[in-house]
Design a protein around this ligand. Structure first.
Ligand SMILES: Nc1nc2c(c(=O)[nH]1)N[C@H]1C(S)=C(S)[C@@H](COP(=O)(O)OP(=O)(O)OC[C@H]3O[C@@H](n4cnc5c(=O)[nH]c(N)nc54)[C@H](O)[C@@H]3O)O[C@H]1N2
Ligand SMILES: Nc1nc2c(c(=O)[nH]1)N[C@H]1C(S)=C(S)[C@@H](COP(=O)(O)OP(=O)(O)OC[C@H]3O[C@@H](n4cnc5c(=O)[nH]c(N)nc54)[C@H](O)[C@@H]3O)O[C@H]1N2
Ligand SMILES: [Mo]
Length: 895
């Protein structure tokens, strides 16, 4: 039976409210308390409607549209009632001078629709606005207690900042200490700002009063989640950034960096002209001179010292097209495979392990599987800080009752919502995962059919695990055997499981093996290739996935085609029209070692600050200092650019066209919302300019043309990728032809390599052993407010949220060392020493401490050492033995 709304026929859908059904057919029922993407509140009563045959009225947001129901949303009675209700709401909220305005805030629009004015507009009253937070603003007088902020905060971010106090007309919103964002648990995601209908909760960008002239859909340039953003721009300025509501990845949500940390663009020290080293100083030159210099010096060094003497690092911060062209330049013009990217120091172990196990070195699954999962394991990933939009989604699932198991040496925020937290010692994943696998087998809950039909190596693994002992696992990991047993049984009993993982598995000397041991668990539970389950590594930078996909790797050409595979080489050579060397080149650590020896002489670094981010900083700086030629493409004179002979000013994410590929293999468009400052140029164009000066016949007019070439070079993964197919939610590779819709779940029809490979892996302790001299284990990582080397976030108001790096110490360790909360501590490892301020926290276990690497003043990487995973060359960032003492001078103040 059809129903109708205002005389228009509509088919009722299961569970749909009258409000949502009306919206579906374009009938707008006025409401104030109903926010986007949150549960109906029902408090405002503005959405009252008439139902034929019923005397009373119903709230459209709380009434399911039943078959045959006939609804009227407008009538003289409803209009009068709405006027009364709205007038009362405004009266109760005081005498704030709200004005009806069809183009104003949501409240102002409602007022003009319903026909209400405030009783006593006192427009001259002084406005009291709390602006103590660097981004958020609160004006109590404009709050009408509609609770939309509360719903957004609870149901989207899961931060529970807001509460209501009092009853009836005295109901008021409360949060933090003294209603101040700065003193609350707020993470500045901005969801409440989006939800607020009156502007009582606002932000710096909106409060500035500057309006956008245009809105450009693009992809956020920070992390690998790949949130879609609508960039409001005016002239050459970004005035505000909104989350795209219709985007699969983020559905309107954003984090503090993506939404607010865009001010770096306009920093006074932003690079606007090429710089060349002259007499020890970097001096501005024209682009023509810069291009000629780059071409001449690269050519000279290549001629004199050969292909092994030159190399490049492609940028995971820039576009696919930029990375593709730079690796192509070095491979074709200089005949070297010395090209790598910072995936090496990030998820190289993950990629290596997944390639070995499944045949594809990337996520087997998609973010949408978070909502389908029945059990979620989060291992070595601090998602609420490093991938906040995904972290919030995981948190919401846990709040909805989906069991969460967190495996992390720190009690990260998600551990607060977890059914179990396995707080292992850093570097002991393999011992723990083996013990969990053993429990799955012991309890007989492995997926036998899946193992038989899809995998290999299960018997060898079982035989190996039978020799392993749970008590030994407890001794190695520090996790009680009873806890391990319970978690193993729970994972086994759950059936297909979603495994979300991060750097706590990858950045270890046993990184590849950690991920392989996790993949054992995924296969024992029949999880890979199934919806709501599988392996979901949270890739790091905005385009680190894409950078490796493009061939920013010494052993693989574009699309993971091995350089030592003759048929792959032949296919690529046909498109490139130039031979490709058959021997793999050097990885980033190998290139730096070669530079230190004087074997590598010319290095082109596209947007990567190795002097700050690579391990064993002292050695890295010595290597950079020895180069005959260092070319750096950058936004700023980074720590690395200080060693450069040529610095090319780059366009940032908000200023260039191209594509980024996110952690779920989704290739999405990046569109310039504003022009780059001064003479800064998109990276891809600068690479092509130098290539042409070196005699390459490259004629790409735009990045779309580069993508067309990429599709021809690696058709199996990208054959169907073209810019005109990337509007909307982009395409997830593999996408082999023009009709292919892209791939959400890989290995669904069986593993790409044939059979999934289980492996028996013995646990090996980290070489960074603690002892009398270095008794504590240091873990390094990130915090919400800053991004990697901080070149961007340190140049935004985010510094007020996190002004420096912290050393997190357990109070029992700290007090034993005579260190008070806030004291400056000296931290020393076998490789170097630095200082940082101590922060007391019981989120680290006694014996473990944690330091971020966001500030060059701290330069945490003087502490980390040269050890690396033998399979992936990924550094041991997560385990360093250190000694912490009181710093010589200072107490409390930062330097
Ligand atoms: N705010 C913010 N977001 C970012 C970044 C940023 O700098 N700031 N950087 C981006 C980049 S490049 C990346 S790669 C991602 C990284 O995102 P994550 O992988 O989440 O990064 P980390 O915080 O470095 O490390 C994750 C967790 O591993 C844990 N861990 C350490 N050792 C071990 C271990 O032996 N076993 C286990 N199981 N866990 C361990 C740490 O305690 C930490 O909580 O974030 C991206 N997003
Ligand atoms: N101790 C310790 N060290 C670590 C880690 C750790 O956990 N602990 N994590 C490691 C990981 S996972 C990573 S990924 C690395 C990251 O290390 P990096 O790659 O060095 O750091 P980022 O801050 O991501 O960005 C590098 C530079 O790119 C520039 N940039 C941004 N956008 C663009 C652009 O569009 N074009 C160009 N040309 N440049 C641009 C920025 O200005 C910045 O200076 O750090 C690693 N270092
Ligand atoms: Mo990373």
């Amino acid at each position: 039976m059809t129903s109708s709304i205002d005389g228009r026929e509509i088919q009722a859908r299961d569970g749909e409210t009258v409000l949502d059904a009306a919206r579906r057919i374009g009938v707008a029922i006025p409401t104030l308390c109903r926010g986007e993407g949150t549960r109906p509140d029902g408090g405002c009563r503005l959405c009252l409607v008439e139902v034929e045959g019923e005397a009373g009225l119903r709230a459209a947001c709380h009434t399911a549209l039943a078959a045959g129901m006939r609804i009227a949303t407008r009538s003289p009675r409803l209009d009068a009632l709405r006027r009364e209700i709205l007038a009362l709401a405004l009266h109760e909220s005081g005498d704030y001078p709200f004005e009806p305005d069809p183009n104003g805030s949501e409240l102002a629009r409602r007022m003009s629709e319903v026909g209400v004015r405030t009783a006593t507009p006192t427009a001259d009253a002084p406005r009291v606005i709390d602006a103590s937070h660097p981004y958020l603003r609160f004006e109590r007088a404009a709050c009408i207690a509609c609770r939309r902020c509360l719903h957004a905060c609870d149901e989207i971010q899961g931060q529970f900042v807001y509460a209501m106090e009092g009853r009836g007309a005295a109901t008021r919103l409360v949060f933090g200490l003294g209603d101040s964002f700065a003193e609350s648990a707020c993470v500045a995601c901005g969801a409440c700002v989006d939800a607020c209908p009156t502007g009582a909760i606002s932000d710096r960008d909106r409060a500035s009063g500057e309006t956008a002239e245009r809105s450009v859909r693009s992809t956020c340039g920070y992390c690998g989640v790949g949130c879609q953003i609508d960039v409001g721009a005016r002239g050459d300025r970004v005035v505000r950034i909104d989350g795209a509501r219709d985007a699969a990845v983020n559905r309107g949500h954003l984090c503090v960096k993506g939404r607010y940390a865009h001010g770096y663009r306009e920093a006074a020290d932003r690079l606007t002209r090429p710089l060349v080293r002259e007499g020890g100083r970097l001096v501005p030159v024209s682009w023509d001179a810069a291009i000629a210099f780059a071409a001449r010096r690269l050519d000279e060094i290549h001629r004199r010292h050969g292909p092994a003497a030159v190399g490049a690092m492609t940028s995971s911060r820039s576009t696919n097209e930029a990375a593709y062209l730079l690796q192509k330049l070095f491979r074709t013009r200089f005949g070297t495979n010395n090209v790598d990217c910072c995936a090496r120091v990030c998820h190289a172990s993950t990629a290596e392990a997944l390639r070995t196990v499944t045949g594809t070195g990337a996520a087997t699954t998609s973010f949408a599987d978070i909502e389908r999962a029945r059990l979620i394991v989060v291992a070595g990933a601090n998602a609420t800080e490093a991938h906040p939009v995904i972290g919030a989604r995981i948190k919401q699932r846990a709040l909805a009752g989906v069991p969460l198991i967190v495996i992390d040496p720190r009690r990260i925020e998600l551990a607060d919502y977890a059914a179990a937290h396995l707080q292992l010692r850093p570097g002991t994943n393999v011992a723990l995962f083996n013990a969990l696998a053993r429990e799955i087998l012991e309890s007989g809950s492995e997926d036998r059919a899946y193992l038989r039909e899809r995998c290999e190596g299960a018997d060898e693994l079982a035989a190996f695990l039978a020799t392993q002992d749970l008590d030994a696992a407890e001794r190695a990991t520090g996790v009680a055997s009873a806890t391990i047993r319970a978690a193993g049984r729970r994972i086994g009993a759950a059936g297909p499981v979603l495994f979300v993982h991060g750097l706590g598995l990858s950045e270890l000397t046993q990184g590849t093996e950690s991920v392989m041991a996790l993949a054992n668990l995924a296969m024992l539970t029949g999880s890979i290739g199934r919806a709501g389950a599988g392996l979901l590594p949270l890739r790091g930078q905005n385009n680190v996935q894409g950078n490796a996909d493009m061939g920013g790797a010494p052993s693989h050409l574009t699309g993971y085609q091995p350089v030592d595979d003759a048929s792959a080489r032949a296919r690529v050579e046909r498109v490139w029209g130039a031979p490709v060397a058959a021997t793999p080149g050097a990885t980033i650590p190998e290139m730096l070692e070669a530079a230190a020896r004087g074997d590598l002489r010319a290095l082109w670094i596209q947007g990567e600050d190795v002097a700050q981010s690579d391990p064993n900083e002292t050695a890295v700086r010595a290597a950079l200092a020895r180069l005959d030629l260092l070319i750096v493409q950058e936004l700023f004179v980074s720590e690395t650019a200080r060693y450069a002979h040529l610095v090319l000013p780059a366009a940032a994410a908000l200023e260039q066209d191209g594509t980024f590929t996110n952690a779920e293999r989704r290739i999405q468009r990046v569109r310039a919302a504003v022009p780059p400052p001064g003479e800064a140029r998109p990276d891809w164009r600068a690479v092509q300019d130098v290539a042409r000066a070196l005699g390459c016949d490259w004629r790409h007019g735009d990045p779309a043309s580069v993508m067309d070439e990429i599709a021809r070079v690696a058709p199996r993964l990208f054959g169907g990728v073209r810019y005109d197919r990337l509007d909307g939610d982009g395409l997830q590779w593999p996408c082999p032809d023009a009709m292919h819709p892209g791939t959400a779940t890989v290995h669904a029809e069986g593993f790409v390599r044939g059979r999934g490979r289980l492996s028996a892996i013995a646990y090996r302790p980290s070489p960074e052993a603690t002892g009398a001299e270095f008794p504590l284990t240091l873990v390094t990582g990130r915090v919400l407010d800053h991004y990697n080397v901080g070149t961007m976030t340190r140049r935004t108001p985010s510094v007020a949220l996190a002004p420096a790096d912290w050393l997190d110490l357990h109070p029992s360790d700290a007090s034993g060392l005579g260190l008070a909360d806030g004291d400056r501590a000296a931290v020393a490892s076998r490789w170097g020493s630095t200082e940082a301020r101590v922060r007391y926290t019981d989120r680290v276990a006694p014996g473990t401490c944690f330091l971020t690497f966001h500030f060059p003043e701290t330069h945490a990487n003087v502490l980390t050492g040269p050890q690396r995973d033998p399979q992936s060359d990924c550094p041991e960032y997560k385990v360093t033995a250190v000694r912490v003492t009181r710093a010589q001078h200072a107490q409390g103040e930062s330097r």
